[in-house]
Design a protein. Sequence first.
Length: 604
Amino acid sequence: MLLSSLVAQASPLTEQQVQQLQGLVSQLNPIQQAWVSGYLAASAQLAGGALPQQAAVSAAPSATLTILYGSQTGNARHVAEQLAAQAKAKQWAVNLLDMADYKANQLKTERFLTIVTSTYGEGEPPENAEAFYKFLFSKKAPQLPQLKYAVLGLGDTSYEFFCKTAQDFDQRLAELGASPLQNRQDLDVDYESAASSWNQALIDVLEPEFKASTAPASGAQVIAWPGQTAAAASSYSKQQPFAAELYTNQKITGRDSSKDVRHIEISLANSDLSYQPGDALGVYFHNDPALVREVLFSAAIASSTPVRLGEQRLTVAEALTEQLELTQSYPAFVEKYAAAIGSEALQSLAADKTALRDYLADRQIIDIVRDHPGSLSAQQLVDALRKQQPRLYSIASSQAEVEDEVHLTVGVVRYDAFGSTHLGGASGFLAERLAEGGKVRVFVEKNDNFRLPVNDDTPIIMVGPGTGIAPFRAFLQEREQRGASGDNWLFFGNPHFTQDFLYQVELQRYLKQGLLSRLDVAFSRDQAEKIYVQHKLQKQGAEVFAWLERGAHLYICGDGNRMAKDVHQALLAIIQQHGGKSPEQAEQYLDELKQAKRYQKDVY
């Protein structure tokens, strides 16, 4: 029987709640639906029939560990989930939340708080942490003498503002009178082992605190958190990726384009991996064998030399090919490599952080080795390199349409510098070195902060220049499969109409069919004056504001350093001009859209 027929018979829900429920159920696979059913039944039993989460929270024991995460790529979320699992195993009450879902006025009632956060851009909080960050640094933030807290930062030492958001949270909580449970730790991209140790140390510190508090009685509730099913539908994850088959590698830019963009299709058959529009695919890759050979030759190391990598023993060639980072450069490598080869010049460069950052800007590991050749042992080389981090690509397909496939839109990183051509690690592997039929290790990275509206009648505005179009291709496929009636408006941009109109045939078909209500394109180099998506937005400002006023959700995907900021400024100008608002009121308007999850970004 259809859900609509069931709820129509004797439903205590409003019509809007029914629509929201139907929208949610349509996004879940059978396993996920079964889990939701069980979760609701268990919650009703525990709470005496009261299902809402807030009711559960209020009935919790006095000692509750609240864990908040601010995550741009999912790493901070994974670490927070691991900490929550450790605390839950001790039967502690745990409240794990995405910062975007945390009600800031709850802060004054917290006793134990842990924050795990990354840093984005120029020292900015990740998208989902923005509202909480603003609250904490506002006059509304309460004094917190009762609070005991811990902060863990994840970042990348290649960037100037390494772990700044974590540092800001730590400093601000202390200013508000909170007491640290343990020292903040700032971790580089190879964070897993250190994060695990930090988590365990925090559990050890909290143990006497929780024993001293009111202990939950036998069978007492441990507060559940969203997403804690931990990908129950599949055994594959970031730690255990699936070896998937490459189906298709198709170049979708013209012969004379300045860009090389590939449409990639990968089989997920027999993996049970599921994804939703808005999610990303994590990709592990093999480094270029030519790079591996040159690095080993420069260091006078035989490829068969055995090395130890964690608990593994393998050859140095295997380690460099499959598990270590050879394309992205970073300060820690320079410091360790300089010490290993005894290069005073390189050690001097490593000591000057500003000069080192400039030096590394366009250099890969091989460039450093070429600039400063020297001999070192195979183990010293391996110890100087960090573990390869998977690259995340916004998924460009809806599983409702492509079933056991996943599609990507990959811009190949290729540039000439220092006398040679450089290729990106993952993009070069997918585009140039992996043959169709070959295997690539992948996993799904959920992104609950970039989701279609639950109500299919809701209009959406999508701004996705370049490869930023990827998730919007997935959105359109999903809405077509759902038979969604909401209007869809896409803004797309790239240099040239004839060379760079990605998915042109598909988009024009959607426009003709009416799935795409509007399509505005900005080809920046096709005229003397450069025109970008933000200019097209402003040109259609009155209509954009009208859509927002009737409830549209707005999405941005693509470059976060320039494009997303330019689009944000264009939106502010639109709201001021067509909404009759002051600059402060326009900012507040967009903040309210963010809090309502009607203004979402997937930027990189």
